[in-house]
Design a protein around this ligand. Sequence first.
Ligand code: 0O2
Length: 221
Amino acid sequence: KQLEQLKEIRSEFTRFMLTYKFGMDEMDTKLKILKEEFQLIHDYNPIEHIKSRIKSPESILNKLHRKELSISFDSIRENIKDIVGIRIVCSYISDTYMLSEMIQKQKDVTLIEMKDYIKNPKPNGYKSLHLIVSVPVFMSDREEEVYVEIQIRTVAMDFWASLEHKIFYKYNKSIPEKLTKELTQAAAVANELDERMEQLQNEVNHIKKDSNGDDINYLEI
Ligand code: 0O2
């Protein structure tokens, strides 16, 4: 009988996780459409790359444990909002806000929470735009809303965050102060690079605009 119960839980868990995979597929398709259509209409691609992942069952359990939450499907559904994680890496800071707005404008996407770590970086220098949205997933016998965490950042922010993530875990969550300072300084360098590149892009756009009279700055369209 215990074996039967275990089999049932396993099959329920597989079904549960599949719903999240569908939510991720749906969001991936939405982003692919935005990217391709934007390229076609504006002859410009604001997205450098996109990475999607589903949180492993082990990480889900760890997070429940860390947050002292009960272990049940309902508890996971309500409390763990980053089972689906999508990271969009953009070329420029202005692109991150544009993408965020484009996503939020979609009728079937509901914004649950937004954290602007670009305007308000974390004390260590971490920058990114975090959205928690929910999307409906339609299955054969039911419809379910699935939370998706979307992180939107520039290439420079992504470079810094990826390396910081590695160093952070390497030092087992307590970084020596000297290193913390250097990391924060490195974040400032990444930020300066972002601002310079954005300025360069604006200047080149103006030159192009002046030379052929066409309005090629997508932000003004
Ligand atoms: P991983 O390994 O990337 O998945 P939460 O703990 O998510 O319920 P919190 O802490 O308010 O609530 O979430 P927040 O601030 O939105 O950050 C969630 C995710 O952002 C993290 O996921 C990281 O991916 C990223 N992040 C946040 N702060 C930092 C930072 O200082 N450095 C780096 N490199 N990434 C950061 P996870 O699940 O913690 O980690």
